[in-house]
Design a protein around this ligand. Structure first.
Ligand code: ADP
Length: 301
């Protein structure tokens, strides 16, 4: 089993002709509601591929919470620790202009109230899992505590340090098993430039020197670099016609988590994640672009 301890959001997507100015009202031709949040996205990807996933997260006491819980249930995710909170749910009003540029507002809402005590409350269930998956849309203290929990119980921990968070203390997360920044997160955390592949390598190696075990850097259309003790492997991306790259990173993490738990083979899991995330960028939307186990099997048969 996989425990995802992280965020959930409801995306409120308005397709606009232009942004309103201060005090102005404009009409938008279209609207869509989507399920998102990095934690939820990663959980959905892993569950669609067949993993048993337990979600530890906080939702508010509102319609958005009902929508989020129903979405987890549709995807077969265990919702015992999807905790109702006297707060608003996490929501993301998103404005997409005619050039497909996104302007996004994130309201963390209940996500900012997920605490170490919530992990303790779910301890029995989490400790039955083989992997804990974390991102940075919940309080950092909760992330640190989840890593300590994993270490204490001998459970592997994957930390996806997204969104980029300058306050993250590497000294408090270096015990994770897998650390998976993208290029900009890697640059922010190391203070090093990350443009060329040699730049990426250098920066990733400084994280190994800081005590990390597996540093996995996702590189968009360039694929993924994995460095570990005695390992330095660049796996190129699967060539595809990219339509919408939103949520590609989460597709990658969810798929990698599924396969690494199922097989224990990191290289194989990275190859599968490269294919799964590439497929997701050929389709619009976030979770709507994540293939099921059957769809994914057809792609690589
Ligand atoms: P994030 O969305 O977190 O910034 P990346 O952009 O690094 O993440 O993308 C994550 C993964 O998605 C990449 O490692 C790759 O496997 C896949 N991917 C992203 N963009 C493309 C693309 N244009 N073509 C093929 N694969 C892609």
């Amino acid at each position: 089993d996989i425990a995802v301890i992280g965020s959930n959001m409801v995306d409120l997507i308005s397709y606009i002709n232009r942004m309103p100015g201060d005090g102005e009202t404009v009409e938008a031709p279209d609207f869509a509601l989507g399920c998102g949040g990095k934690g939820a996205n990663q959980a959905v990807a892993a569950a669609r591929l067949g993993s048993a996933v337990r979600m530890v997260t906080r939702v508010g006491n509102d319609l958005f919470a009902d929508n989020t819980v129903a979405n987890f249930e549709r995807n077969g995710i265990d919702t015992t620790y999807v905790l109702r909170t006297a707060a608003t749910s996490g929501v993301a009003p998103i404005f997409v202009n005619p050039d497909s540029q996104n302007s996004i507002i994130i309201v963390q809402g209940a996500n900012s109230l997920l605490t170490p005590a919530d992990i303790d409350a779910a301890a029995a269930e989490i400790s039955r899992c083989k992997l804990i998956v974390l991102q940075l849309e919940i309080p950092l203290e909760t992330v640190y505590y989840a890593i300590e929990f994993g270490v204490k119980h001998g459970i592997d921990v994957l930390l996806n340090p997204a969104p980029a968070q300058p306050d993250l203390l590497l000294s408090r997360v270096r015990a994770c098993t897998y650390f998976t920044p993208n290029e900009s997160e890697l640059s922010l955390l190391t203070g090093m430039p990350v443009e060329t592949i040699p730049d990426v390598r250098n920066a990733a190696h400084t994280l190994l020197e800081a005590g990390m075990r597996n540093v996995i850097v996702t590189l968009g259309g360039r694929g993924v670099l994995w460095v570990a003790d005695g390992v330095d492997m660049l796996l190129p991306a699967t060539p595809v016609e990219a339509v919408d790259t939103t949520g590609a990173g989460d597709a990658f993490i969810g798929c990698f988590s599924h396969y690494v738990v199922a097989t224990g083979d990191i290289e194989y899991s990275l190859r599968m994640a490269n294919r799964y995330a590439a497929d997701s960028v050929t389709k619009r939307g976030t979770q709507t672009s994540y293939a099921s186990k059957e769809e994914f099997a057809l792609l690589h048969s």
